[in-house]
Write a protein that binds this ligand. Structure first.
Ligand SMILES: [Zn+2]
Length: 215
């Protein structure tokens, strides 16, 4: 199975991808990570990418495609792939089909974790955490048992991410829609998009993804 996992920030995409890696032995291909790894390792493609980035330019599709192809070449045939953050344009979606085909694979499914934007705003905008141990809390859903005291470590210091506010969440959602808008119609037309309720619990989302993959 080769899939694209889509979901806006806060939908739990990272957690679900991790589960698929652990439970199904799938490989997660994040182009950002692959690019950083190639640059760090100083591979020929990495050096090329570094030169482009040092010049303040965007890495071309050609370079990204080469990275993906190298990665695919190194996988066992039975290892499924989860694409994350790629493709983002129709052109990339089409070249991905070509790359996969060249390695005897095909894209089986595009799984989109759907969210309710207003609920997501509520969830994310209220988040804070212990500054000392990182234990997660929430204004509405999970206050410390004793006010201003971390349940886990007793610290009185808490912190909030600057971008965990309504405006940032709505901006991130709009960015997400902008990124997926060019590719979803392409995959919808192929009939391979499956939508899963991303607002359910981590366990239920995972079950829903399993069902989609096993059907
Ligand atoms: Zn703590």
């Amino acid at each position: 199975m080769n899939i694209i996992l889509l979901g806006p920030p806060g939908a739990g995409k990272g957690t679900q991808a991790q589960k698929l890696v652990e439970q199904r032995g799938m490989v997660q291909l994040s182009t950002g990570d692959m690019l950083r790894a190639a640059v760090a390792a100083g591979t020929p493609v990495g050096l090329q990418a570094k030169a482009v980035m040092d010049a303040g330019e965007l890495v071309s599709d050609e370079i990204v495609n080469q990275l993906i192809d190298e990665k695919l070449a190194g996988l066992a045939p039975e290892q499924g792939v989860i694409f994350d953050g790629y493709p983002r344009t129709l052109g990339q979606a089409q070249s991905l089909d070509g790359l996969l085909g060249g390695r005897g694979r095909k894209l089986d499914l595009v799984i989109e974790l759907e969210v309710d934007e207003d609920v997501l705003v509520d969830r994310i905008a209220g988040r804070f955490s212990c500054a000392s141990c990182g234990a997660p809390y929430h204004d509405h859903f999970r206050q410390p048992v004793k006010a201003d005291t971390c349940d886990a470590c007793g610290s009185h210091e808490f912190k909030r991410r600057a971008d965990d506010n309504e405006e940032s969440v709505r901006t991130r959602m709009a960015e997400y829609r902008g990124k997926t808008a060019p590719i979803l119609p392409y995959y919808d037309a192929k009939g391979i998009v499956r939508r899963v309720d991303g607002m359910a619990s981590v366990v239920d989302v995972s079950k829903a993804i399993d069902k989609v993959l096993d059907d």
